[in-house]
Each structure stands twice: as structure tokens, then as C-alpha cells.
Design a protein around this ligand. Structure first.
Ligand code: CTP
Length: 207
């Protein structure tokens, strides 16, 4: 079996990582492809009170169960299936259910803190950073968090100023230097996405 290709897509909140990940997933839907979100690996906070969960810093590397994510990635790379945890953003913790993910030739991993971590970097064959201006990112985040994550304007703005922005500047922005490819304006950058698709096709062809 040829080693699966592990592609990491990172960038700040609201940068358009999911759009890029979905575009690549769609382009290879007739191949064997799977997608994993780093969000699945937010630590289980079921033992904490709701107030404690609200005050957690979700933009710090310690918020993630990175050991479990790395173990799962290694299993997929070996050709084994995994059961990933599912995260509930309205309850700020893991759900009880898990989801089965089968091994695939192309594994797309998407998340905010992939390149800051050396062990994750070492596993990635292709490191993509989606680079979008902060004003666009916060607007997208505001809309998304209100519509999909049950948040208020105040909570999104306060969280952004107190935690999301400082953590972005400390951990995410500096991790850009580890990227193989930096895509400006994420999901809308068709030229960049087509170039990445071409490079993945080439990898699949070369034995
Ligand atoms: N987060 C949160 N509440 C939680 C857990 C995480 O608000 N209980 C937030 C963190 O603050 C972090 C964000 O979730 O900044 C990570 O998701 P994000 O990158 O915004 O979403 P994606 O859809 O993965 O990315 P994109 O918008 O780039 O597509």
C-alpha cells in the first residue's frame, strides 16, 4: 500500500480553512479521501461546570488532546480505522458519540494549531496556511458563532479581544513560517486551490 498523503490546512479563526478543506475533499471525491478537524480533539470538559468551560482558553495548544490526535493520525497512516470524538460547541465539551473514520489515500486535516506543534508538522506531507486579513476573519467568526454556535455578539467580541486575538498573534501567525504554501484569501482563491489539486494528482500518479 502506498503511504497516504496527509495534508494539513491551518490559519486563523474565520480564515476559510474549512472552505479550502471542502474544496480539496470535493475535488477527490472519486478517490479515497477523508477529512479530520482538529476541533474534534478539544479536550473533554464534561467534568467541569458550564462556567468553568466558558472560561477555558480554546485558542491555546493545551486546549487540545493532541496526543490522541497524533495517535489517530498514525493509525490512519498505517491503514487502520479510528473512532473520532465529536465536539459540541454549544455545550463546550465532547459528545458521547464517536464517529468511525476509515483509512484513505488522502487525509485532509484542518485546524488552527497544526503548524505550531513539531510532532504534527513532522507527520504532514503538505502544510497549507490560509492567510486572511483579521477584519474579514472576525466578521466571519461573528456571523458563524451566532448562527451555528449559539453565541451572542458580546460573547464573540469579548472572547476575540481577550483570548482569540492574543493567541493568534502568539501561536498561529508565527506558525506561518512552517507552511509549504500560503494561500491568501482562502476559499475564494481558485488559482491556489487548483495548483494544490494538481500537486495532489501528481502525488497519486507517481508510484
Ligand atoms: N472555540 C470556541 N468555543 C469552544 C471551542 C472552540 O469558541 N468551546 C473557538 C476557538 O476560540 C477557536 C475556534 O473555535 O478560535 C476554532 O475554530 P475556527 O478556526 O474558527 O473554525 P473553522 O470552521 O475550523 O475555521 P474556518 O473559519 O477558517 O473555516
Amino acid at each position: 500500500m502506498k503511504k497516504p498523503l496527509l495534508i494539513g490546512i491551518t490559519g486563523g479563526t474565520g480564515s476559510g480553512k474549512t472552505t479550502v478543506a471542502k474544496a480539496l475533499h470535493e475535488a477527490f471525491k472519486n478517490n479515497s479521501v477523508t477529512m479530520i478537524m482538529q476541533d474534534y480533539y478539544y479536550k473533554d470538559q464534561g467534568h467541569l461546570s458550564f462556567e468553568e468551560r466558558l472560561s477555558t482558553n480554546y485558542d491555546h495548544p493545551n486546549a487540545f488532546d493532541t496526543e490522541l490526535m497524533i495517535e489517530h493520525l498514525k493509525s490512519l497512516l498505517k491503514g487502520d480505522s479510528i473512532r473520532v470524538p465529536i465536539y459540541d460547541f454549544t455545550m463546550y465539551t465532547r459528545k458521547k458519540e464517536t464517529v468511525l473514520i476509515e483509512p484513505a489515500d488522502i487525509i485532509i486535516l484542518e485546524g488552527i494549531l497544526l503548524l505550531e506543534n513539531e510532532k504534527i508538522r513532522e507527520l504532514l506531507d503538505m502544510k497549507i496556511y490560509v492567510d486572511t486579513d483579521a477584519d474579514i476573519r472576525i466578521l466571519r467568526r461573528l456571523m458563524r458563532d451566532m448562527k451555528e454556535r449559539g453565541r451572542s455578539v458580546d460573547s464573540v467580541v469579548n472572547q476575540y479581544l481577550d483570548v482569540v486575538r492574543p493567541m493568534h498573534l502568539q501561536f498561529i501567525e508565527p506558525s506561518k513560517k512552517y507552511a509549504d504554501i500560503i494561500i491568501p484569501e482562502g476559499g475564494k482563491n481558485k488559482v491556489a486551490i487548483d495548483i494544490i489539486i494538481g500537486s495532489i494528482k501528481q502525488y497519486l500518479r507517481n508510484d
